[in-house]
Design a protein around this ligand. Structure first.
Ligand SMILES: [Zn+2]
Length: 132
């Protein structure tokens, strides 16, 4: 089971949106097929969300272990068809997870890059008289 400190409120209008470790979350009811997913409740905005919301596994119908296995094979450089053969799913399923993970990674990249400091190595090199 996932630790609550790994999660944050997913309601973008909540003052605690995206902030981890504030103690504003508690576990709620179970959800999903077979009631295998937990719902987290935000005490600040009183909204609930799936523990998978905000992850590439949100909306996934596969058990977490199988979905993660697909993503690990892809991350290790296996192709779509090869991954499908190795994990026992069709290439269409593997493709779907690759697209979900790709768009999730793109969003994460854009957020991280937006807060990254600028690269001023060229300016520093020019100041000390080196070619940039
Ligand atoms: Zn909230």
């Amino acid at each position: 089971m996932r630790d609550l400190s790994e999660l944050c409120c997913q309601n973008c209008s909540c003052p605690d949106y995206g902030k981890r470790g504030l103690g504003n979350l508690r576990w709620g009811a179970w959800s999903g097929k077979g009631k295998k997913l937990r719902m987290a409740l935000c005490k600040t905005c009183r909204r609930s969300f799936s523990e998978r919301k905000g992850t590439p596994l949100f909306g996934s119908h596969l058990p977490e272990k199988e979905a993660v296995s697909i993503l690990r094979h892809l991350a290790d450089g296996c192709g779509i068809r090869q991954t499908g053969r190795l994990v026992g799913h069709t290439k269409d399923t593997v493709n779907r997870y690759a697209k979900k993970a790709g768009s999730h990674a793109q969003t994460l990249h854009d957020e991280v890059v937006a807060f990254s400091p600028g690269d001023d190595r060229g300016a520093v090199r020019r100041e000390v008289g080196l070619r940039a």
